[in-house]
Write a protein that binds this ligand. Structure first.
Ligand code: FES
Length: 129
């Protein structure tokens, strides 16, 4: 089976909205977004390209990612931490990669994705949605 390639954009400048240790993590250096991007680079399955980016304009609800692929809806997710959400991101990204039009049935999405979708954007090719 040929896998469709999807892209996972990861904001490397995000601080965590929910720091693991608020007192020790005030500086958040390295940025949790950069830690998340590095972890995802190592864990990325075939057909999923990790793209580090700076600021997806969801700063107060970081860490932030976006999933996109040609002909599909784009999804932005937030309130992620590198400590807690790496497996959920990989699971959700794989399902997105394999889903027609990027449309993963609601109940099949990881719980964090169901509760922390910041935006969904129609495909560039869609004339009417
Ligand atoms: S710094 Fe990550 S969304 Fe702005």
């Amino acid at each position: 089976m040929t896998l469709c390639t999807a892209e996972l954009l990861v904001c490397t400048t995000c601080r965590s909205a929910i720091p693991a240790n608020p007192l020790a993590d005030q500086k958040q250096d390295p940025r949790p977004g950069a830690v998340l991007a590095a972890g995802l680079q190592q864990a990325a399955p075939d057909g999923l390209r990790i793209i580090p980016v700076e600021c997806l304009s969801n700063c107060s609800r970081g860490c932030t990612i976006a999933l996109r692929k040609p002909g599909a809806w784009t999804y932005v997710y937030g309130n992620l931490t590198p400590e807690a959400h790496l497996p959920a991101i990989i699971e959700g990204a794989q399902k997105y990669r394999d889903a027609e039009g990027g449309l993963v049935p609601w109940r099949e999405r990881p719980e964090h994705f169901r509760k922390n979708c910041i935006a969904r954007i129609p495909p560039l090719e869609a004339p009417n949605v």
